[in-house]
Design a protein around this ligand. Structure first.
Ligand code: LP5
Ligand code: MN
Length: 264
């Protein structure tokens, strides 16, 4: 199902001037417009994301749900315009990278082309500034949430996705809202611990890919976890609640910044 992935699962650079910005869990409503974005992310793209950014990574759940690239929606135009605005501010050849999240795993190559962005698969590895860092959305690490993992396994299968995408748009939208409602209901019965990443799953991923750092979102529990490796958990975005922000990585290290101030 995932055509046109970024050709590599790893990006290496020894370019000292790189400035990498990571965000996730923006949850844009597909109906939003440029100047009415409750996440605050489009405004940040236009105004506050550092203008020396050379690579922007969106690590999943840019959209609150995505039922197929054929949906005609104002949010597509809004995000495209906001990307263009950031590209103009950077006055450079900025690159945009998108990863699927659990809400928008059906984002396809048609839309990525419209955005002029690369789709990256998880786990995506960066080798920069002498470090090896992994990028993932984070949901696959929540292995204690067995009901969710079972659901995930099913809907990430190509056969499921092909059958779903063949349905009429209104039927897909209706199914997506039923799943959302069922997910909200199911979460009421789950503990916070079950809905967090499993430490052994994190450890296994780090060991398998020989990582010194890991960056993910999904849990909406922004933090820097230090130890044998550093695990950054990105915040979700909600302008009204003053939540959101990005992780910056450049030659002087990492910093947790955003329009609402330092987030960890
Ligand atoms: O999203 P969030 O953060 O609230 O909760 C997630 C997990 N839930 C999900 C589901 C998404 O919210 C909805 C995705 C919509 C996608 C649109 C396209 C649909 C295409 C499908 C076919 C290809 O990811 C939640 C986790 C939580 O994170 C924390 O990690 O707990 O997981 C659940 O709650 C899942 C439940 O435990 C099991 C859900 C079974 C759903 C059965 C569907 C029945 C509806 C019948 C439809 C006809
Ligand atoms: Mn998510």
């Amino acid at each position: 199902m995932i055509d046109g992935l970024h050709p590599e699962a790893c990006l290496c650079s020894d370019h000292e001037q790189e400035v990498l910005i990571f965000v996730s869990d923006i949850h844009l409503d597909t109906e939003i417009e440029r100047d009415h974005d409750p996440s605050g992310f489009l405004e940040a793209l236009g105004q506050s994301i550092p203008s020396d950014c050379s690579k922007l990574f969106i690590l999943g759940d840019l959209f609150d749900t995505w039922v197929g690239d054929d949906l005609v929606t104002g949010s597509k135009v809004a995000i495209r315009e906001a990307f263009t605005q950031l590209a103009q501010r950077t006055q450079s050849d900025i690159k945009f990278y998108l990863m699927h999240g659990n809400r928008d795993f059906l984002l396809g190559q048609d839309f990525l082309k419209e955005l002029n962005a690369f789709l990256i698969d998880e786990v995506f590895i960066l080798e920069m500034f002498g470090l090896r860092v992994g990028l993932t959305h984070g949901d696959a690490l929540c292995t204690d949430d067995q009901d969710y993992q079972h659901f995930r396994e099913q809907v990430r299968q190509a056969t499921w996705q092909t059958a779903f995408l063949a349905k009429p748009l209104d039927e897909r939208q209706a199914i997506a809202s039923s799943i959302r409602a069922e997910s909200e209901r199911a979460k009421q019965g789950k503990s916070m611990a079950i809905m967090d990443v499993n430490p052994a799953a994190v450890q296994a991923l780090v060991a398998r890919h020989h990582l010194q750092g890991l960056i993910h979102g999904h849990t909406h529990r922004p933090a820097k976890h230090s130890g044998q490796f550093t695990r950054w958990v990105l915040p979700d975005w909600d302008k009204n609640l003053g939540r959101g922000g990005w992780l910056r990585w450049d030659k002087s290290g990492f910093s947790a910044q955003g329009p609402f101030g330092v987030w960890t």
